[in-house]
Structure formats: C-alpha cells, structure tokens
Ligand binder design. Structure first.
Ligand code: SF4
Length: 239
C-alpha cells in the first residue's frame, strides 16, 4: 500500500485536492482510500452510535451501503491503515507524520516553512501558478493529472518501526532519501520481509529481527521432516 500526505493550513484547498486526486487515481484503475485528521469528535453527538460509544470500547455500524467501526480511543495511522483495502492512501492533515511523501497546499507563497520537512514532492495552490526553488508548483483546479503523475511514481509508506535495518536511525531519514531519489522503499527490509504473517486477514508488520527468527525457526523445523522441499511455505494456524 502506497501513501501520500496532503498538508496545509485551513482554507488552502486540501480537501478539494484530495477529492480530485482520488478521482484521478480511481480513473487510472487504482483502489483509493483516504484518511483525514479530525479535531474533536468524529461521530455525531446525537447519533445512536455515539450513545452506544459512551459505554463501550468499540462501536460498529452497518447499513445497506456503508460500514463503520468507531474505536473509542486514538489509534496510530499505521493501525488504521492496516484496515484499509487500497493501492493508494491519501492522508489529509497529520503534518508531523514523516513516513511518506507529501503534497503541500499553500494559500500564499510565503507561508511558514514548518510545512516543509524534506518530504514535499510538490506544492499545490489555489491561486495562479508561482515558482518555488526545488519543488514544482501546480494549481489545484487545473493540474490534477500532472500532480497524479508525480504521486503515482513516488508514493510510498514506510512502517514507522524506526528499527535502523535500512542503515538510518529513523524511517524519516530514509523517507527523505527516497523523496530525493537517492533510495527506494526496497531499502526498508520490514517492507520486503522473507516472511509474511497474516492475522485476521491483515499482514502483521515485523521488524527484521523477528522476521529472521520466524523465517529460520520455521524453515529449520520443517526441513527435518520427510517430504520437505525448498519453496514457498504456507502455514495456517487456527485458535
Ligand atoms: S528499515 Fe524500514 S522500518 Fe526500519 S528504520 Fe528503516 S525505513 Fe524504518
């Protein structure tokens, strides 16, 4: 699953851009999901689900066309993304997250520089196009295809394990190198493990140490059995 962030201050056109990019990616045949940072409550205060939520840890709602689960505590972006079924995830807000490339939406060219953390791949503006050093600038209403071309090529999501297996202490350091074009997400071993463990239908992220232990232990045990042959191993464990 690949991700790109869309960040900017209020009124900078983030939501319009997320909608336009989603439409364009869908047209290109991808499954698209979005995650939006919300200030305050998500559920409507008068909704029955909110009333249920006052006394439970999770609330689910199912209608003819939609399903939703409300967790009554804050989850990490990685936890939530594990539930998504998508090729691309557009993450609106979360400007301090640093494990994927970002589109910066600006109202004015000279807005505070805290939106620029080395992960920006393009700037999108509502107003007529201006130029900025080191990053292409596009108009939100007119350049959606060109912005999507860039996102399609560069989107990635590092696991946020900060395990150091790529040679950098944090995922942020590798993410900056990927955005610069010096590395790719193939340099992150947990993203390309020798072992895949799925729980409840979802892949469980493993750091390289656990990956190696699981890989070598299972192969070691099975290789002593009669009939063992090299190749892909599939194991299913039921409770
Ligand atoms: S190997 Fe992957 S998960 Fe570990 S620090 Fe590097 S980018 Fe992050």
């Amino acid at each position: 699953m690949k991700a790109v962030g869309v960040i900017g201050y209020k009124g900078s056109g983030k939501t319009s851009l997320v909608v336009s990019l989603s439409q364009e990616l869908k047209k290109r045949g991808y499954r698209v999901a979005t995650v939006k940072h919300i200030h305050g409550e998500i559920d409507l205060p008068e909704a029955n689900t909110a009333k249920h939520g006052g006394y439970t840890d999770q609330v689910a709602a199912i209608s003819e066309r939609e399903s939703a689960v409300f967790f009554k505590r804050k989850k990490s972006l990685e936890d939530i993304m594990a539930y998504l079924e998508a090729d691309f995830v557009l993450v609106e807000g979360f400007k301090t997250e640093r494990t994927y490339p970002k589109v910066v939406c600006l109202r004015e060219k000279d807005e505070p520089k805290d939106l620029f953390d080395g992960l920006q791949v393009l700037v999108a503006m509502l107003s007529p196009k201006k130029t900025m050093p080191g990053v292409p600038v596009f108009r939100i209403a007119h350049d959606v295809k060109r912005m999507t071309d860039i996102i399609e090529k560069i989107a990635f999501k590092l696991p946020n394990l900060n395990c150091g297996a790529c040679g950098y202490e944090t995922c942020y350091e590798l993410a900056k190198k990927i955005v610069k074009g010096d590395k790719t997400d193939r340099h992150c071993p947990p993203l390309n493990p020798g072992t895949e463990v799925r729980l409840g239908g979802r892949t469980l992220p493993m750091n390289p140490f656990v990956d190696r232990i699981v890989h070598s232990t299972i192969k070691g045990l099975l290789s002593s059995l009669k009939g063992f042959r090299k190749g892909k191993i599939e194991i299913k464990i039921e409770e």
